[in-house]
Design a protein. Sequence first.
Length: 131
Amino acid sequence: VKTNELQSDLLLINKVNATKEHGLEWEFTMSGAARKIGDCVSLRLAYNYIKHDDDKLIAGYDNVDQLALNSAGHLREWDIHNIIGSILYQAPKYAKFCNLSPQLQAFYKYPFNGKNIMTPATIGIQLGVLF
């Protein structure tokens, strides 16, 4: 742990028994969808906000500087905003006797305006089967 508030987080030379009190994490999502465009395609657009409050370390004994202990960067609050877009293709059911319907979905997550966090843009594809 840090022994001084001005010490870097890169090299920590002291070891202490401590308990970590996790901060609250809030997540809000708003989304809208256009379902069944044509026969098989759906679009979705969403805004997502995540905020994580400060974490806190509590030392097991009294001779530890609490300000220095809790000044590490990884304990600070952070937040992130995301825009997420997706397109879903759901094939019609193959036959009356077979209730299988394949799905293919592609999405893109664009993070912006983050504080104390690094997060990359994400792109992905999902393949599924409904039965």
